[in-house]
Design a protein around this ligand. Structure first.
Ligand SMILES: Nc1nc2c(ncn2[C@@H]2O[C@H](COP(=O)(O)OP(=O)(O)O)[C@@H](O)[C@H]2O)c(=O)[nH]1
Ligand SMILES: [Mg+2]
Length: 386
């Protein structure tokens, strides 16, 4: 079973770069050190990631200063397939898919191509909203500021995020799930965790922890919320199961904004390369942490539901075995083949439960190991139900 992740954002905000950063070598090596493997699940994703990485390298080798140019210029949406597993247990991968799409689709929000993206987004448990930090932080006056919602596509983002909040609520409340899982859900807590992550990108200039000189992280936090808090609040109001997070990521890391030419539409942003010119991704490990925590929570609940179901079944079978055992010996003899069958079934259930418990242990190990990798930039915005 694969889990879905959605990206929400207009053209040029930094979706593709962020997605590529999440699978950067430094991130992979970092997780490799704690025994977790993260990689492309199939050929096509590997190829596209490499194309993205080459474009990033090209941008960085293009001279000391560069303007924002988008990664890739395709008109089609792109599904990226990834897998993650414990190096010691490669046969139990968590598979997840991220949908990336060109900004034009996000703007028109119509047609078959958008509908495919929209279905993916609505089915996602994790929504990542990249925020163009250089855009929101570098306005000169009220006029520039007035252009921000249009440039970020706030109305478009609001449409899809609120639709997601509502449709996930419908899934959580479906009669089917409630009848079958309702009693367990109460016992094991919220079984369908939903996460939305505000992810400022192009924010190298505002942090001191990755080669910068100025700390404007407090302003960045305030400015991000100024623009996006309305959407987050509404989403949580619609669906109190949503957990909201704030996590600035350096998806380039060796460049910082130095000038915006607001006379253009869209405004042209200019970035200055730092001397070493090496990409130094920061924050992506936390992003992976939130994604994986979501999936693990879900899988853990699913495993527990199965264990509980198995336990119930086992109890009834054992009850019948005791019943047979308590019978007069001739009846007992008469029912002996049933008893043997029941005992075999109980053994099978025990085996299945043991496997499920092993799986739960593995998920727990991944969780603990992931927690060792934190950038220190993360802030929770809202806990579910609060
Ligand atoms: N400095 C910096 N530039 C970024 C960052 N993310 C994206 N960019 C630049 O912003 C431009 C647009 O990024 P892209 O990922 O193609 O945006 P998309 O259209 O949303 O997929 C590219 O020139 C990127 O190099 C970042 O975190 N820092
Ligand atoms: Mg893109």
């Amino acid at each position: 079973m694969s889990q879905k992740i959605g990206l929400v954002g207009a053209r040029g905000i930094g979706k593709t770069t962020l997605l590529t950063a999440a699978f950067d070598e430094t991130i992979k090596v970092g997780f490799g050190q704690v025994g977790i493997v993260i990689q492309a699940h199939e050929e096509e994703t590997r190829e596209i990631l490499n194309i993205n990485k080459n474009s990033l390298a090209g941008i960085l080798s293009g001279g000391l200063n560069f303007q924002n140019r988008g990664l890739g210029s395709t008109m089609t949406a792109q599904l990226y397939d990834f897998e993650m597993y414990l190096a010691s247990q490669p046969d139990l991968p968590l598979v997840f898919q991220i949908m990336d799409y060109p900004g034009e689709l996000f703007k028109t929000q119509s047609g078959d191509a958008w509908n495919a993206c929209r279905s993916h987004l609505l089915a996602s448990r994790v929504i990542i909203v990249p925020v163009d930090a250089s855009l929101i932080m570098e306005t000169r006056n009220a006029e520039d500021k007035a252009r921000i919602p249009g440039l970020l596509g706030l109305a478009e983002a609001g449409n899809i995020v609120l639709e997601w909040a509502a449709s996930q609520l419908a899934i959580g409340q479906s009669w089917f799930l409630n009848i079958f899982f309702g009693p367990f859900k109460r016992a094991i807590g919220q079984s369908r965790p939903l996460d939305i992550i505000l992810c400022p990108v192009k924010c190298e200039k505002y942090f001191k922890d990755n080669g910068g000189n100025v700390d404007a992280s407090v302003e960045l936090y305030a400015t991000t919320l100024e623009h996006y808090k309305g959407i987050i609040d509404q989403a949580v109001e619609i669906n109190p199961g949503i957990r909201a997070h704030y996590l600035p990521v350096d998806s380039m890391g060796c460049v910082e904004h130095y000038r915006t030419d607001w006379n253009n539409d869209p405004p042209k942003q200019f970035f200055r390369l730092r001397e070493h010119r090496r990409r130094t991704v920061k924050g992506a490990e936390d992003l992976m942490g939130i994604i994986v925590e979501n999936f693990i929570h879900q899988m853990d609940c699913d495993a527990q539901v199965k264990i509980n179901g198995n336990d119930l079944e086992k109890k009834s079978k054992q009850g019948r075995i005791t019943e047979i055992n308590d019978q007069w010996f001739l009846f007992r003899w008469w029912n002996s083949s049933e008893q043997i069958k029941l005992e075999e079934e109980v053994a099978q259930i025990n085996q299945s439960n043991q496997k499920l418990k092993q799986h739960k242990d593995m998920l727990q190990t991944i969780r603990t190991k992931m927690a060792e990798k934190k950038s220190g930039r993360y802030k929770p915005l809202m806990e579910a139900g609060k």
